[in-house]
Design a protein around this ligand. Structure first.
Ligand code: SF4
Length: 352
């Protein structure tokens, strides 16, 4: 081993004593590893634990997930956000059952072909569940690598990612890919954190380029992201007796989930009522129920919640053409609704 690679045993040794006891670390089952890795994207570990346990209980095998209706899968995902992750998992489960006889493929290249499995997730599954010597490079690992190796270029550029992947691939010790990748992820999550890394307690301080140079807190170099677009959204609770209309989203954002009547770029009651009339719904305005805000990756919804009462029942043709349902309280509770609808759902449950 070259002196340059002395950091590897230091990292593995540290991981053995410092690692958090997380439920997905007690298994090498690729299905369970996959679920945890998908859930952990964009979501905090503490929030994932309960979802992970519930999800595995609801869908204990890949076949059970593949056989479930999409709505049931989305309901189990409710609250985790980024619902395309759940839709893609469902699609991938079906593909694994149809094309691989329900057995998870173990190679990085085959994993990459599955919906929702990018380079990081393929690397994580291939190494953790199958022991393949491939790196798993996510935001945490890019940050550690950029500081450790002194990479002062934009870590989201494909050429720079290739450099990081190459350096880490060469560093994976024989037969210890799972341990190595998990140790790097853990270091990035708990010690080599964004902005203010805990270098004083880091097992790699003696090998770290950024620590020696004193610029760890300004690494990694990343593109400044555009701020998300602010959008006004009228959220219409369209009630009829003791039921409310909900619509299954066809748009890419929140696709497959149920929402109330939504109208973007509308900021007043009259505009919302006109919008409903244009969709063929004659209504009477009842009340303004307050505001809510939800931040997505690329947009922010600034919502005003209105209640309208239908003047006549929507016909079966309207419901069919609009993927709409007129639901009572119990059905509303059972449907998958996104977190963005939380305030409106609470208001609807009080009304119904
Ligand atoms: S010494 Fe500091 S910057 Fe370097 S790897 Fe450790 S925590 Fe990160």
């Amino acid at each position: 081993m070259t002196p340059r690679n002395e950091w590897i045993p230091a990292l593995l040794c540290w991981y053995e004593t410092a690692k958090r006891d997380l439920p997905w670390r007690r298994t090498g089952d690729p299905y369970a590893v996959w679920i945890s890795e998908i859930m952990l994207q964009q979501t905090r570990v503490e929030a994932v634990i309960a979802y992970y346990r519930r999800f595995l209980k609801a869908f204990p095998t890949i076949q059970a997930l593949a056989d479930a209706p999409q709505e049931t899968v989305l309901k189990a995902w409710e609250g985790l956000g980024y619902y395309s992750r759940a839709r893609n998992m469902h699609k991938a489960a079906k593909m694994i059952c149809d094309s691989y006889g329900g057995v998870f493929p173990g190679s990085y290249a085959e994993l990459r072909k599955l919906p929702g499995i990018g380079g990081y997730t393929a690397g994580a599954i291939a190494s953790i569940a199958f022991g393949k010597p491939v790196p798993a490079v996510d935001g945490n690992v890019k940050r550690v690598a950029s500081r450790l190796f002194g990479i002062r270029e934009n870590v989201n550029r494909p050429a720079v990612i290739r450099v990081i992947r190459g350096a880490l691939t060469g560093a994976i010790p024989d037969g210890q890919a799972a341990l190595f990748n998990q140790a790097l992820m853990e270091l990035g999550a708990t010690v080599c954190i964004p902005h203010t890394p805990h270098c004083e307690t880091c097992p790699l301080a003696g090998y770290c380029d950024a620590y020696a140079a004193g610029d760890a807190d300004s690494l990694p170099v990343i593109d400044r992201k555009k701020p998300p677009r602010e959008v006004s959204v009228a959220v219409c609770l369209i009630t009829h007796h003791n039921a409310v209309l909900v619509f299954k989203r066809r748009e890419r954002l929140l696709q497959g989930l149920y929402v109330f009547g939504l109208a973007e770029d509308i900021t007043d009651t009259a505009g919302a009522q006109n919008h409903l009339a244009e969709r063929g719904l004659k209504t009477r305005f009842i009340a303004d129920l307050g505001n809510a805000r939800h931040v997505f990756t690329h947009r922010v919804w600034n919502m005003t919640i209105y209640r309208f009462e239908l003047l006549k029942s929507p016909g079966a043709a309207f419901l069919r053409e609009n993927d709409a349902l007129l639901v009572e309280k119990k059905q509303l509770k059972a449907l998958p609704l996104p977190v963005a609808m939380k305030a409106a759902k609470e208001a609807a449950l009080k009304i119904l």
